[in-house]
Design a protein around this ligand. Structure first.
Ligand SMILES: CC(C)(COP(=O)(O)OP(=O)(O)OC[C@H]1O[C@@H](n2cnc3c(N)ncnc32)[C@H](O)[C@@H]1OP(=O)(O)O)[C@@H](O)C(=O)NCCC(=O)NCCS
Length: 164
């Protein structure tokens, strides 16, 4: 798991990636966001998500996302380029605990990686959570995968070991 202390989050905007816009999804875009999530996890090098994905399809993921929006007030942040969704992060703000949870994790389309899109999504997520008055942010992930090795340690993210 990674955790960010939002009281320490004070990082300048990352360099923009050409033509990429970060914004929240409308309800009609949740299906496309679920496809990006599913394909993005499936195509990660060495298939670390293979087992996890056995219980999901893009359409069951879309139902999970929509249900989280309705029941928990979750929001789906998108990275969009040329009218295509190229990255996502699903966020739940837990007011009682003061925590923001990335319930989907950050996922970028395989052919759009290493261009700064994951960093844009992470920075914007943390900034919005901090502006919303939350104290910390968390994401569950797998040790040793690119997200854990390279992305989540940015902007003050600290790795915390939890039993599987
Ligand atoms: C993890 C992931 C979201 C990163 O997205 P991205 O758009 O490639 O990230 P960025 O381009 O912003 O890269 C962030 C930093 O990590 C580095 N990086 C990213 N992937 C890397 C890799 N495979 N090898 C080496 N460095 C890498 C970048 O060079 C960059 O470094 P910098 O901050 O020094 O400039 C993407 O690889 C992905 O979607 N993976 C599969 C889904 C997944 O497992 N998500 C986690 C769910 S919990």
């Amino acid at each position: 798991m990674f955790r960010w202390d939002l009281s320490k989050f004070n990082y300048p905007d990352p360099h923009q990636t050409a033509g990429v816009r970060i914004r929240f999804a409308s309800e009609g875009e949740i299906g496309a966001a679920a496809e990006v999530w599913y394909e993005g996890l499936r195509e990660e090098e060495d298939s670390p998500w293979e087992n996890y994905l056995k219980k999901w399809t893009p359409s069951s993921a879309a139902r999970w996302f929509l249900d989280s929006e309705k029941r928990l007030g979750a929001k789906m942040l998108l990275a969009e380029r040329e009218e295509k969704i190229v990255g996502i992060n699903g966020i739940i703000s837990e007011r009682n605990s003061g925590k923001g949870r990335f319930f989907t994790g950050i996922v970028v389309s395989p052919n759009c990686r290493r261009q700064g899109i994951g960093s844009l999504l992470l920075h914007r997520t943390l900034l919005d959570l901090k502006k919303g008055g939350l104290r910390s942010a968390e994401v569950e992930t797998i040790q040793g995968i690119p997200a854990a090795k390279y992305l989540y340690s940015k902007y003050g993210g600290e790795s915390i070991q939890v039993p599987a």
